[in-house]
Ligand binder design. Structure first.
Ligand SMILES: CC(C)(COP(=O)(O)OP(=O)(O)OC[C@H]1O[C@@H](n2cnc3c(N)ncnc32)[C@H](O)[C@@H]1OP(=O)(O)O)[C@@H](O)C(=O)NCCC(=O)NCCSC(=O)/C=C/CCCCCCCCCCCCC(=O)O
Ligand SMILES: Cc1cc2nc3c(=O)[nH]c(=O)nc-3n(C[C@H](O)[C@H](O)[C@H](O)COP(=O)(O)OP(=O)(O)OC[C@H]3O[C@@H](n4cnc5c(N)ncnc54)[C@H](O)[C@@H]3O)c2cc1C
Length: 655
């Protein structure tokens, strides 16, 4: 079937090459090209297609479908991608497995990275290759039923038995059951388990252990292990998140991951070079989250923008033809700032992935000095991007009207998966407060006359306000954001200090200032996102692409400043606020002809998108009808439940 002419016209009005934009989004022409090649190759392999739409499947079917595809994938793996390239591998996973989770998701995102970061060279020799070849399937078991946030209160124990040189793992209470780890329930046969290291009755706190859970031949749980699935979730139902308990389960001493902390055979403990080095697997995932979430948001926007360009409803001036809903200013205001955010998140994502990779090298070389900075940055970023992604996806759903609410749009699934990120890898409020600790310390350095020692990301906290001339472009908006973040950070810190100085305990003062502190963290993070966006656009060579991204940046800076209006009242007059508001409306109009091309540039395939509304060809209505007819409820005209219950009820009522 040919493309919907409305979309053809939209594509013709684009002022730039989508391939050139994809090269900017994905960091290089080479990777953008590889993505297309991988997508193209996969589309030719029929076994990778869904056997029927995932949204009509039960959990069991979804998991089985994911396993089927993984088995097929193992035959093609080496021929489809450069297996040493993490980004290629993730693209392949996204294309073939989609976003609902699968039995290898945690193996790739946490199990292997934990082995790389936490296992000694000998341990890597023993397990890493096996994991990379997928001879074993691993997961990351940290969270317990009773504790996820407060890691110091985890209850699982690994007690060193000097006589046998083994650790004995135990789950002493119901609340100590590991609860939530992805792929733990039914798929993984090994896990990295975080347990309290106990030697001679001394608790050294949580440490990582490599633990075999299931027999490698029969896949049956090993004696001493209780393991299973935790049941259906809001989304991610292609994954078997699990529970796990230990009863006097013994593992060799060599199974404690010993790159950093060590236990010798006589039971001596060797401290790691940094107290939180064992938390690095979480930092790794958080450093990827801006990218992952940017892509979730992008997916919802591809659907909503394409659909809005083919959906006609109501009239503007021309009463002879209904207008595309994308031409309504309200629709543009609902969608375009989110397009800008999706771009900004992806740009930040590449940056934090790069920073993590560098940190990993530094730490392996004994330099842990960058850990606090990256922890603070990624804590704030994961919190802000997950929240704003959730907001943006929900707006995208509403922008699709009634059909957005149908699973045919697939937006609800994207939403469910994306907002999981507000919780996993550290609940958002908790992580904002981690960043706040860092910000408060920075203010304390300024108060103690050590401004010069501040890192580049917080140097603005020591600066004074300057005059703002909004006609000068994005950098002036950055100053507005700096003003807001600086003011709020000082205000929140001073509130905390005042409470503490009044005699309150440190903890209670912190608690009573915490809402204000989280606000400071959000503003600081949004400032970082904006400045990364501005820097990125500044570095682009292709002038057509750059021109459009400047337009998109204008949407971003004006929208973001309007959104934080309450924090800039002392800086901007109401006339200046009106000016910004008008600039935003002008920016929406400017970006309108490029809207479809901007979302096309994400190059998210139909196969991955799984959306009837977001189809690249725009042939929505005929496919919506086809999709509805394929619903299992339509297999018969009369359902057994009607025959069994409703008919007798109606018959009875007639009497
Ligand atoms: C940090 C805590 C909240 C507190 O820890 P605690 O030990 O109690 O800390 P304190 O003693 O209070 O000390 C705080 C100080 O320590 C510093 N600190 C803390 N952490 C770090 C760190 N990591 N590095 C450096 N420094 C650190 C902190 O700054 C303080 O310093 P100071 O005193 O101020 O100087 C901690 O308890 C915590 O982190 N809690 C959160 C727990 C958590 O995050 N758990 C995660 C469990 S694992 C999980 O959730 C997994 C989820 C799986 C997600 C699945 C993802 C699948 C991919 C999805 C996408 C699919 C698409 C396809 C793939 C694709 O696209 O990628
Ligand atoms: C989809 C998904 C996948 C997951 N995968 C894994 C996995 O693979 N492996 C794994 O180990 N775990 C996994 N988890 C668990 C996840 O990491 C935890 O649920 C998360 O860290 C939050 O911890 P919690 O559940 O204890 O929340 P809680 O800490 O109980 O949060 C409840 C409320 O208390 C508040 N709160 C808690 N502490 C504080 C504080 N100090 N200050 C202020 N407010 C506070 C929170 O902000 C929140 O509002 C997964 C979770 C989900 C949803």
């Amino acid at each position: 079937m040919s493309e919907n002419p409305d979309l053809t016209n939209e594509r013709a009005s684009g002022t730039f090459e989508t391939n050139a934009m994809a090269a900017v989004i994905y960091g290089s022409e080479k990777f953008a090209q590889r993505r297309r090649e991988i997508t193209e190759a996969i589309s030719k392999i029929p076994e990778f297609q869904d056997s029927h739409p995932l949204v009509f499947m039960s959990r069991e079917e979804k998991i089985s479908e994911a396993c089927r595809k993984l088995a097929v994938l193992s035959n093609y793996w080496n021929s489809l991608i450069d297996t040493s390239d993490e980004e290629e591998a993730l693209h392949l996973y996204r294309e073939v497995l989609g976003l609902e989770g699968h039995p290898l998701a945690l193996h790739e995102t946490m199990f292997i990275p934990s082995l790389i970061a936490q296992a000694s060279d000998e341990q890597q020799e023993k397990w890493l290759g096996r994991a990379q070849r997928r001879e074993i399937i691993g997961c990351y078991a940290q969270t317990e039923m009773g504790h996820g946030t407060n890691l110091r209160a985890l209850e699982t124990t690994a007690t060193f038995d000097i006589s046998t040189r083994e650790f004995i793992l135990n789950s002493p209470t119901i609340t100590s059951l590991k609860w939530w780890p992805g792929a733990l329930g039914k798929s993984a046969n090994w896990s990295i388990v975080i347990a309290n290291l106990i030697i001679k009755e001394h608790n050294y706190g949580p440490h990582p252990f490599m633990v075999q859970l299931r027999d490698e031949k029969s896949h049956e749980p090993l004696p001493g292990i209780t393991v299973g699935d935790i049941g259906p979730k809001m989304a991610f139902n292609g994954a078997d998140n699990g529970f796990l308990g230990f009863k006097n389960y013994r593992i060799p001493r060599e199974n404690m991951l010993m790159r950093h902390s060590k236990v010798t055979s006589d039971g001596s403990y060797i401290k790691p070079p940094h107290a939180k080095i064992g938390y690095s697997s979480m930092v790794k995932v958080r450093s990827r989250m801006a990218m992952d979430q940017g892509l979730f948001l992008a997916s919802a926007l591809v659907i909503a923008v394409r659909y809005s360009a083919v959906r006609r409803q109501g009239y503007l001036e021309d009463k002879s033809r209904e207008v595309k809903v994308l031409d309504y200013q309200t629709q543009q205001h609902r969608l375009f700032p989110s397009i800008a955010r999706a771009y900004a998140f992806i740009f930040c994502g590449f940056e934090t992935i790069r920073l993590y990779d560098q940190l990993l090298i530094d730490v392996q070389n004994g330099n842990t000095s960058g850990m606090a900075d990256l922890h603070a940055l990624t804590s704030g970023l994961k919190s802000v991007v997950t929240y704003q992604t959730g907001e943006g996806i929900e707006q995208a759903r509403m922008a699709c009207g009634g059909h957005g609410y149908s699973m045919a749009s697939y937006i609800s699934e994207i939403y469910g998966v994306a907002i999981g990120g507000c919780t996993y890898e550290g609940e958002n409020m908790v992580m904002l407060l981690q960043l706040a600790r860092y910000l408060v310390k920075s203010i304390e350095m300024i108060q103690n006359g050590k401004s010069r020692e501040l890192g580049p990301m917080v140097a603005y906290l020591a600066e004074n306000e300057s005059e703002i001339d909004l006609n000068l472009g994005p950098n002036e908006y950055l100053k507005v954001f700096e003003y807001a973040a600086r003011n709020q950070t000082w205000r929140a810190t001073e509130k905390f200090q005042k409470l503490r100085n009044s005699g309150m305990s440190n903890e209670e003062a912190w608690n009573q200032a915490s809402v204000e502190l989280t606000r400071a963290s959000r503003l600081h993070t949004r400032l970082y996102i904006m400045s990364t966006f501005i820097n990125h656009v500044g570095s682009i060579v292709d002038q057509k692409v750059k021109g459009v991204l400047i337009d998109l940046l204008n949407v971003h800076v004006t929208y973001e400043v309007m959104d934080i209006g309450i924090y800039v009242q002392g800086l901007l007059s109401s006339n200046q606020m009106d000016l910004i508001r008008n600039q935003l409306y002008v920016s929406l109009e400017t970006i309108r002809p490029n809207a479809v091309s901007l979302v096309d540039s994400f190059q998210i395939s139909d196969m991955q998108l799984r959306s009837v509304l977001g189809r690249r060809d725009g042939n929505v209505y005929e496919n919506l009808f086809k999709w509805a007819k394929s619903s299992p409820l339509n297999k018969t005209d009369v359902l057994p439940s009607v025959t069994q219950y409703l008919k007798p009820m109606m018959e009875k009522s007639k009497l």
